[in-house]
Ligand binder design. Structure first.
Ligand SMILES: [Zn+2]
Length: 534
């Protein structure tokens, strides 16, 4: 189709008595428009009847008398012809001038933009409709099945003491999956969640099961991690005496944020999303995965029967979701580094105004990080197992980078450097964990166990790192001694000239060994900037 609509400018605009064109006139007289559409070049005809390209039959049919014609191609933003615009019969009876051509070209450019926008809008509407359908399907499958909810509803919820929920040493490894859900319900009940947000126990059960279902079975960033982060938050708020800083809605938003903060994690980090140019990275330039976790959290809340906040007024609902979003985004460690300095100043200032939103916001963000990496504060056996899990997940990403993307992974994700885990853990503790737990201890003495746990684990990892360094150095020394012995035996057998050569070689080897030994010492002394993220 060359053009979709003809606008008659005569009636009421230029000449009220002038003849009207008709659709037939336009469809019969398509020669010139087709020519312009094909060539992309404007055509200016001073006298149509004297031009062989014009079809006079169109005028006979419609009674319209064509004199002059100015026809212009319309381009889209990619310089593709999307239409033609045509002017007939300049009103003074004269041919169209160069000035008219320039003016009409500008008009054609606007037409092009208009057509482009309409097409984009139509496409956007279709995509939106497709997305809505996809979301409906996703939301249905993301939601827990009624039988699962019924099962949890039928079980008795054991006490907080039974699960040791108020302790910083809490260990989820002793619990079954169902028990993790029951322990979650218990935490919510302890905080009086159901009464405060006016929601039903059934909705809470369904929501928890849906959240659990939406964690992938990756090695570390799975449901168990989310559950542990939530328990750490619960303990910080209660045993750690942090609840006094927040309103009920803030407390619930924080706990919900912990459960949702790694939803649909794929076992790969933000840098991997950028490297692979994943659709998620295209969607969100920064804090890629964190934005996705929040979106997923909203999708679950919007799924039928899963909105645990449905009983809130619209203002409270908006407020809670805002806190929730900020808390989830705060788990991006890049943001933690940006905020840590301000947090330090705040903690060490004598007069902090806790009623100020920005201060509480910073506190909430730091608490999210403290809970996210809280495995580093756990008793040594738990910490060690968790560190192995994190390392395994990282190595899988490292393998993908090496074998699929053909790029060398960073040491933390390099399976070949797995023996350096203790050293990397020490770096992780020094660089990320210790500062945050020290600040929380300064802020609230009840949080001392987190700091102490972190110190203990640093000592444990340091001891392992030292042991591994000693082993490395011993191996180096043994290799060097054996070589020296061999060289001595050879020397006995060889001539005087060879003896001189061997001596030179031996000297060089001793000096190389010294180099290696000093490098090993440097490595031990140097505080590694490489970090593990728990
Ligand atoms: Zn996490």
């Amino acid at each position: 189709m060359i053009f979709s609509k003809a606008f008659d400018l005569h009636p009421g605009v230029v000449d009220k008595t002038g003849p009207k064109t008709s659709e037939t006139h336009w469809s019969m007289n398509t020669g010139i428009a087709a020519l312009v559409a094909g060539s992309g070049k404007a055509v200016n005809i001073p006298d149509a009847n004297a031009d062989s390209r014009f079809n006079p039959e169109a005028d006979v049919e419609s009674g319209f008398k064509t004199n002059s014609i100015l026809c212009m191609p319309i381009f889209d933003t990619q310089d593709k012809i999307v239409g033609v615009a045509q002017l007939l019969n300049k009103n003074n009876g004269k041919p169209f001038t160069e000035g008219d051509e320039n003016l009409f070209e500008a008009f054609a450019i606007f037409c092009g933009l208009g057509i482009h926008n309409v097409l984009m809008y139509e496409r956007a509407c279709k995509l939106l409709a497709k997305q809505t359908v996809a979301m409906e399907v996703l939301s249905y499958h993301a939601s827990a099945q009624p039988a699962e909810t019924d099962k949890i509803m039928s079980l008795e919820t054991p006490s907080a003491d039974h699960f040791k929920l108020y302790t910083f040493e809490f260990n989820d490894l002793e619990l079954t999956d169902d028990e993790t859900v029951l322990a979650s319900i218990r935490m919510m009940l302890e905080l009086d969640f159901l009464n405060a947000v006016h929601t039903k126990r059934e909705t809470l059960c369904r929501w928890l099961l849906s959240v659990k279902k939406n964690y992938r079975p990756v090695i570390y960033h799975n449901w168990r991690h989310a559950f542990n982060v939530a328990q750490s938050m619960f303990t910080m708020l209660t045993t750690g005496n942090m609840r006094k800083f927040f309103s009920d809605l803030e407390v619930f938003a924080l706990l919900v944020a912990c459960y949702c903060h790694d939803l649909d994690h794929r076992g790969t980090n933000n840098a991997f999303q950028t490297k692979t140019e994943s659709p998620l990275a295209q969607l969100y330039g920064t804090s890629t995965m964190e934005h996705h976790h929040f979106d997923h959290c909203i999708m679950i809340l919007n799924s039928e029967g899963n909105n645990i906040f449905e009983g809130l007024s619209s203002d409270d609902y908006r407020f809670t979701i805002k806190i929730l979003e900020h808390a989830i985004l705060s788990t991006d460690l890049a943001l933690y580094f940006q905020k840590r300095g301000s947090f330090e100043k705040m903690v060490h200032s004598n007069a902090v105004n806790w009623s100020q939103d920005s201060n509480r916001e910073l506190l909430r963000a730091m608490m999210m990080t403290a809970c996210d990496v809280a495995a580093i504060t756990k008793p040594w056996e738990i910490q060690r197992q968790v560190a192995e899990l994190v390392a395994s997940e990282f190595f899988e990403q490292g393998d993908m980078e090496r074998y699929q993307l053909h790029s060398e992974p960073i040491p933390m994700m390099d399976r070949k450097k797995k023996d350096e885990l203790p050293k990397m853990q020490v770096g992780f503790i020094d660089f990320i964990c210790m500062p945050v737990y020290k600040l929380f201890y300064d802020l609230e003495p009840c949080l001392k166990p987190l700091y102490d746990g972190c110190v203990d684990n640093k000592n444990n990892w340091q001891a392992l790192a030292d042991k591994s360094n000693e082993k490395e150095m011993k191996e180096l020394r043994t290799t060097s001694t054996n070589k020296d012995k061999n060289e001595a035996n050879n020397n006995k057998r060889n001539s005087a000239t060879h003896k001189v050569n061997e001596l030179i070689t031996s000297e060089r080897k001793i000096s190389e060994t010294k180099d290696l030994t000093s490098r090993a010492n440097n490595n031990r002394d140097k505080k590694s900037k490489t970090c593990c993220i728990l």
